[in-house]
Design a protein. Structure first.
Length: 273
């Protein structure tokens, strides 16, 4: 492999990640525009994957199933193909989204494992860049969670002032309750898929790097718990129909857990620092 392929691999990961984010938004709130964008992004990923697959079959005369890493690539290609077909023929958001989560994870494992084993210096750079992407996406997701937390706090303040009929001159500045709740929800919808992608990248990087990876590391477990808590928040909000003061209080509590994970669990981590 040459160093130039590193940029194609990075493009595949970027497009796949954006597609996964689009499918998540469609899965949560039935946004057909997000679904269409995600479909076309995944289509580009499929074209790039197919190009590499055909080049290996017809140029290198090697069907990619003879090794574990080649098998992972073919498996990822199959999942992307199935996902595109399901998206085109059926309206099964749950299956499409989770198929792509698995496909993205398998693709990341293949690319980073192959990079670390057979791409030389370019492979090392790719693996290290994935670590940077992992950290960046996690921090960006934390930024979105922070904005959601702020809007939830503003919602609770506005709610309290409306109930007590005090501070009337400040009510206009905060905006109406529906808008505050909507913005809080929007930022969580944006943050959750970014955190999911960051976790996948971090776990895969931990396995392919030379460092010892601990599944029971405080920061690793804490990040997974944070992700699960926010998924529960989305379930209560979207599926169960919870809204208003109760869901805002839940959001504040979830953000407190995020802060514990970021500051306390990071300091206790054996792997991250």
């Amino acid at each position: 492999m040459t160093l130039d392929l590193k940029w194609i691999y990075e493009l595949i990961i970027l497009l796949y990640g954006l597609s996964l984010t689009g499918y998540f938004i469609d899965f949560i709130q039935g946004d057909r525009r997000a679904n269409r964008i995600a479909f076309w992004l995944l289509g580009i990923v499929w074209i790039l994957q197919t190009f590499f697959l055909l080049s290996q079959i017809f140029i290198r005369d090697d069907f990619p199933v003879m090794t574990v890493y080649d098998g992972l690539y073919f498996y990822a290609w199959i999942l992307v193909t199935f996902s595109l077909v399901l998206n085109k023929l059926f309206r099964i958001d749950f299956i499409i989204f989770f198929t792509n989560v698995i496909g993205f994870s398998v693709m990341i494992i293949h690319l980073m494992s192959r990079a670390s084993n057979s791409m030389g210096r370019g492979g090392v750079e790719l693996v290290n860049e994935m670590l940077v992407v992992h950290i960046s996406l996690a921090i960006i997701s934390y930024g979105f969670f922070t904005l959601s937390f702020i809007f939830s706090v503003l919602y609770l303040l506005q709610y309290r002032w409306l109930k007590s009929k005090k501070w009337r001159n400040r009510l206009v500045r905060l905006g109406d309750l529906a808008k505050l709740e909507k913005l809080s929800y929007l930022f969580i919808v944006l943050a959750v898929p970014l955190l999911l992608i960051a976790i996948v990248l971090g776990v895969v990087w931990g396995y392919v790097s030379e460092d010892v990876f601990y599944w029971m590391d405080f920061k690793t477990v804490g990040s997974i718990i944070v992700f699960i808590v926010y998924m529960i928040w989305l379930f209560l909000k979207v599926v169960q129909g919870y809204q208003g003061r109760l869901i805002s209080i839940f959001n504040v509590g979830a953000f407190m857990l995020l802060l514990i994970n970021f500051f306390l669990f990071s300091s206790l981590s054996n792997f991250h620092f």
